[in-house]
Design a protein around this ligand. Structure first.
Ligand code: MOS
Length: 765
């Protein structure tokens, strides 16, 4: 794996742009980083969920006698003894904080497969599991609706359940399509996928008097802490959520799932801590998933390849009660210079658990459709697919006519295609062969909205270093490291001198770690507070007649190399400067996005998600861009598909740490390969049940599936996106990858795959 030139080399060692190794790396590789379920929690009881074997109907009876008579069994919660205990919470996509509106144990009704119908509590995990297996449940079953194509779906326009959503449209797409010289009209589909973070869905709840402490992996400790308090009707000051490390989340740990309140209630009833570690299989129903999608795309172009019309009709699946939807047409409508665009998003309600956000939520499936169609159009035009994207590039989105704050899609294609060697490609399908392997090359665009949110941070400067405190999240991204780099740069310290504390609702509020906003949001907050620290220290120095910096213009002083420095070389060490402000300087401050989010810090205190930026701002729209190129090899006889190499070039403004950013992008690209070739949750249409709910049958890529991944950075300076120019890289890596692979498979074989994941049988046809 090669390393590209760093896009914005650090101006100080360990500062912004430096490839600093993860601060939490040694703790993690030596097993000393404690994840939520590693916490000892005194003498806990163990919870085991008994989940529904049917998807629709009700529980007629539960015979608990055998289970209760087993040694070590403490109690069993069912709807009979637990109904009516909780306040309802709205779901995340509707401005609430819950993953689902379907709170279990409130009635005998069953609304989806795998719904929790009993919580068994015992002295050990094994005893709880054994007792759960001894429950005899009688159901009254009705025939459920599973997914697309099944009877009983209820279709709603996305705006019905999600009033803030507007279908992007401009011009007259129908007329322009009718008049177009070259046209594509195709349908695409993506499957159900589950996040499957390595760390399972766990909750440990302990009560100290009337105070509740919850250890649970979280992407949003502030929102979830307030949500849990609201659900349990508790004063938020009496609830604490702790989550210093998260073993993968990908969207599955950003909302309040029903499990937390159940475990908290169980702990209260037993008068002792309760620990839950849900099984891998149960996880498929406990914490959302990426819903299946369908798309019809119509593209019209001139004979020269200028796009004249796009119609994108998206269809998504959700649960019966919840209007969850992604609406990825917001991006596909705006990606290229298309004067006539029409879009719709239809949400289909079925008897399923409520879906949610999963890494690059709308862009993943929606860009598979658009970028596949773009390749099909290029073939129809007999045009190089890179050229097609180049001539339809645009500095402004044409729906409302707002400029992109910066847009380097073209540069991404140039860098990635050069590194890949695209110019050697023979465009004819089936033109490259090596032994029994057909070789194909394909590419696709990637974009991801650059979102940002308000954040607080507290910084304490001491003679020996600094402490940064913020209720942020380490979900594996390198967060502890990059905020230390920002503080080190701002305070003139070595990065080893900066300690970062995160993952606790008692820390200064930070936004949800989702939508790739945190690097921008929290870095800007940390930088702002560090600037206040410098200001305070400088003001005290210049006002002190005994200081070597006495009488200087305070704005001319900088913190560098562990000292406060004047422009002419006069300086004071921190040991000299800090006693004037009490020996250490602690400042709590924050950051609010410039546009689109007035009162955002106050809203954050109330637990609101409040993501600004992206397509939501008035003056400019903001996004990261990328281009991905892949080689595939398809075996002539077995039709096995391999991806020997993939190259991605990305422009995402300031890269705080090229090492951790590269890992993010690489992980995303591997996930993209996975979405093309491996991942799908299969559903039994008769029973609305996930059939491969385990990691043996839910396929994910292993090292042998991913031989060579090359990540390149396009340097990009964006002064409009935020003060530090950060756009974020958490999600874009996997966008477009699946399309690039299917485009390459077409080039290799002449077979077009429009339904993910790619299956051998599709290539046998
Ligand atoms: Mo990500 S799906 O926004 O956690």
């Amino acid at each position: 794996m090669s390393t590209a030139t760093d896009p914005n080399p650090a101006t100080v060692p360990g500062g912004i742009g430096a490839a600093v190794q993860r601060k939490d790396g040694p703790l993690k590789v030596t097993g000393r980083a404690l994840y939520a379920s590693d916490v000892a929690a005194g003498n806990p009881a163990y919870a085991y969920f008994h989940t529904s074997a049917i998807a629709l109907g009700k529980v007629v009876s539960i015979d608990e006698r055998d289970a209760r008579s087993q040694p070590g069994v403490l109690d069993i919660l069912t709807w009979k003894n637990a109904a009516g205990e909780f306040n309802a919470l709205g779901i995340l996509s509707q401005g609430g904080i819950a993953s689902t509106s379907m709170m279990p144990l409130q009635s005998p009704e069953i609304r989806h497969e795998g719904e929790i119908i009993a919580v068994v509590l015992a002295e050990s995990y094994e005893a709880a599991r054994d007792a759960s297996n001894r429950l005899i449940v009688t159901y009254e079953e009705r025939s459920p609706t599973a997914t697309f194509g099944d009877e009983g779906l209820v279709a709603k326009d996305a705006t019905e359940g999600t009033p803030w959503f507007v279908h992007p449209a401009v011009g007259d797409a129908e007329a322009a399509f009718a008049a177009a010289s070259v046209k594509i009209d195709q349908r695409y589909a993506t499957p159900i996928q589950h996040h499957n973070p390595i760390e399972l869905f766990t909750t440990t709840a302990s009560w100290e008097g009337d105070k509740l402490v919850v250890h649970e992996p979280s992407q949003f400790v502030v929102g979830m802490h307030l949500g849990i308090a609201a659900q349990l009707q508790l004063d938020p000051a009496k609830v604490r959520l702790v989550s210093p490390y998260v073993g993968g989340a990908f969207g599955a740990k950003g909302s309040v799932t029903p499990r937390t309140a159940l475990v908290a209630m169980a702990a209260k009833r037993l008068g002792r801590p309760v620990k839950l570690v849900a099984t891998r299989s149960q996880g498929f129903n406990l914490a959302t998933y990426r819903a299946e999608t369908r798309h019809r795309i119509r593209l019209g172009a001139t004979a020269e390849g200028r796009l004249t019309s796009l119609t994108h009709e998206g269809e998504e699946l959700t649960s019966r009660p919840d209007s969850f939807m992604l609406g990825g047409t917001e991006g596909t409508a705006r990606l290229y210079a298309i004067p006539n665009v029409a879009t719709t998003v239809t949400v289909q309600h079925a008897d399923r658990d409520t879906p949610g956000y999963m890494r690059a939520p709308p862009e993943g499936p929606y860009m598979f459709a658009l970028e596949s169609a773009m390749d099909e159009l290029a073939i129809e035009l007999e045009m190089d697919p890179v050229e097609l994207r180049r001539i339809n590039d645009t500095p402004i989105e044409l729906i409302e006519g707002r400029p992109y704050s910066s847009r380097s899609l073209k540069q991404c294609f140039e860098m990635a295609s050069a590194a890949f060697g695209w110019s050697d490609r023979d465009p004819r399908p089936m033109s490259m062969m090596e032994g029994d392997w057909q070789i194909g090359w394909g590419c696709a665009s990637a974009y991801y909205t650059a979102k940002i949110a308000a954040s607080f941070a507290r910084v304490t400067l001491m003679p020996t270093g600094a402490l940064v405190e913020v209720a942020g999240h380490e979900i594996g991204t390198g967060a502890y490291t990059i905020y230390a780099q920002v503080a080190a740069q701002s305070l003139g310290l070595r990065v080893e001198q900066v300690e970062v504390q995160m993952g606790d609702s008692r820390l200064p509020p930070a936004p949800i770690a989702a939508g790739a906003n945190n690097a921008a949001s929290i870095s800007n907050a940390v930088a702002n507070v560090c600037a206040s620290v410098r200001d305070r220290l400088a003001a005290a120095a210049v006002a002190d007649g005994a200081s070597r910096l006495s009488g200087y213009d305070p704005t001319s002083l900088t913190l560098a190399g562990g000292a406060l420095r004047g422009p002419d070389g006069a300086s004071e060490t921190l040991e000299e400067a800090l006693p004037r402000v009490g020996g250490a300087l602690e400042i709590l401050g924050g950051f609010e996005p410039r546009e689109g989010a007035p009162g955002a810090l106050a809203a954050l205190r109330r637990g609101q998600v409040g993501l600004a930026g992206g397509f939501g701002d008035r003056e400019t729209v903001k996004a990261s861009f990328g281009a991905e190129f892949v080689e595939v090899r398809v075996h002539r006889r077995t039709r096995e598909v391999r991806v020997p190499r993939i190259v991605g070039a990305f422009a995402a403004g300031t890269i705080v740490n090229p090492m951790t950013a590269r890992s993010q992008l690489m992980g995303g690209m591997i996930w993209g390969i996975s979405s093309a070739l491996h991942e799908a949750t299969e559903i039994d249409h008769r029973y609305a049940r996930y059939t491969n709910n385990n990691l043996a049958e839910y396929l994910i890529p292993v090292n042998a599936d991913v031989p060579q991944v090359e990540v390149l950075f396009v340097p990009e300076v964006d002064t409009k996106v935020n003060a530090l120019g950060i756009k974020g890289v958490g999600e874009i890596g996997g966008v477009g990858t699946a399309a690039a692979i299917c485009n390459a498979i077409y080039h290799a074989t002449g077979v077009r795959i429009r339904d993910l994941p790619v299956r051998i049988e599709q290539l046998l046809a």
